[in-house]
Design a protein around this ligand. Structure first.
Ligand code: FES
Ligand SMILES: [Fe+2]
Length: 365
């Protein structure tokens, strides 16, 4: 399963280009319509949702006793947290007579109660109470997705085979457990393409200049594929008024749904990324930024927060530029490449392992 580390020395020189890039100009106008082609026409490989740990919500957006509605993986889901503080992600339709439990459902202790006839389900989705009967119905079971809480995010495990237990784990990060870092600065987008297209763009440093107009392009040092994990290491010279300052950008991904990027240099920043399919056409992309506090005085905390807000604003602008590509691109199965493009095909071989056919019909495909 382990691929050898790919080494690159791609200190790429790109022709200078005055003013804004073409996509920056188009994004600022905001007039581009997405393609009328369907996702299956654009991405023929996308016939199953990849199995993965997926972002459900931020931990602080789901308090004990709360019930929330979500649509991921072409399914209607209910997110809830019991009084025991355990978060749950379940299919939303009650097996009794089909109500969407996320709309009006409530938490009683560690159980979820359907709003229609008040049948009660435990954390595994099993019916444990029918309030007007002495019996429970053992057939009445909601699919419950394995759920963990890591680094301030609620994540759930999806596999087309509901019996398939999680195949890897998501670690805790040291940055989450100290007060040296800010709270999350949160940003999210709905992107009209599958996860794989977003992830393929990750090591595509050339586009930082050609799409986003970046002054410098990072140098990709290595990209390692090890089972379900991929790790990208790179160095970059950040432009500052005092001249170029050396820094690093290092990214680690655990399967298709979750990654962390660490920026070191001028101001240390991390962001956790989640990509969760909403349906076959759209993917939810979230990024939670944390910035290493410049100090603990009120003034330095305010300055750190301004940096965070500026980073999120810049990312939003970049996403508008990227989205013109993502909303309209197709996948070229045999792309025309040059060595400086980086390891596109190695990435695709790694990505292939996450697709297992299984429940295309129940997922509405
Ligand atoms: S539909 Fe849920 S209790 Fe009847
Ligand atoms: Fe981009």
């Amino acid at each position: 399963m382990t691929e050898p580390t790919k080494q690159f020395s791609a200190a790429v020189k790109i022709r200078e280009f005055p003013g804004q890039t073409p996509l920056q100009i188009m994004a600022a106008k905001g007039e581009t319509e997405p393609t009328p082609l369907s996702s299956l026409e654009r991405f023929p490989y996308y016939t199953a949702f990849p199995f993965a740990w997926y972002y459900a919500c931020y931990s602080d957006d789901l308090l004990p006793g709360e019930v929330r509605q979500a649509r991921y993986l072409a399914r209607d889901l209910v997110l809830w947290r019991g009084q025991d503080n355990h978060p749950h992600v379940m299919d939303a339709y009650c097996p009794h007579l089909g109500a969407n439990i996320a709309l009006g459902g409530r938490v009683e202790g560690d159980n979820l109660v359907c709003p229609y006839h008040w049948w009660e389900y435990d954390g595994d989705g099993q019916n444990v109470k029918v309030p007007y009967s002495n019996k429970v119905n053992r057939k009445a079971k909601l699919r419950s997705y394995p759920t963990v809480e890591r680094n301030g995010l609620v994540l759930f495990w999806y596999h087309p085979d509901p019996a398939c237990k999680p195949l890897w784990e998501i670690p805790d990060f040291p940055e989450y457990f100290t007060d040296e870092w800010t709270e999350f600065h949160k940003a999210e987008w709905k992107v009209r393409c599958p996860w794989q297209e977003l992830a393929e763009n990750g090591p595509d440093y050339i586009h930082l200049k050609t799409v986003h107009g970046a002054a410098t392009v990072p140098e990709l040092e290595s990209l390692t594929y090890d089972g379900y994990k991929s790790s990208l290491r790179s160095k970059v010279d950040f432009d500052t008024p005092r001249g170029p300052t050396p820094g690093r950008i290092d990214t680690d991904s655990w399967g298709p749904g979750f990654s962390i990027a660490r920026f070191a240099g001028i101001i240390d920043t991390i962001f956790m990324s989640g990509t969760t399919p909403i349906d076959w056409e759209y993917t939810l992309s979230i990024k939670g930024y944390k910035i290493r506090k410049l100090g603990h005085t009120e003034e330095l905390l305010a300055k750190t927060n301004r940096v965070g807000q500026a980073l999120v604003a810049d990312l939003r602008k970049q996403m508008l530029e990227d989205n013109i590509i993502f909303d309209n691109k197709i996948q070229i199965a045999s792309p025309a490449l040059v060595p400086e493009d980086g390891p596109i095909m190695a990435f695709r071989r790694w990505a292939e392992q996450f697709y297992a056919d299984g429940d295309l019909v129940s997922a509405g495909r």
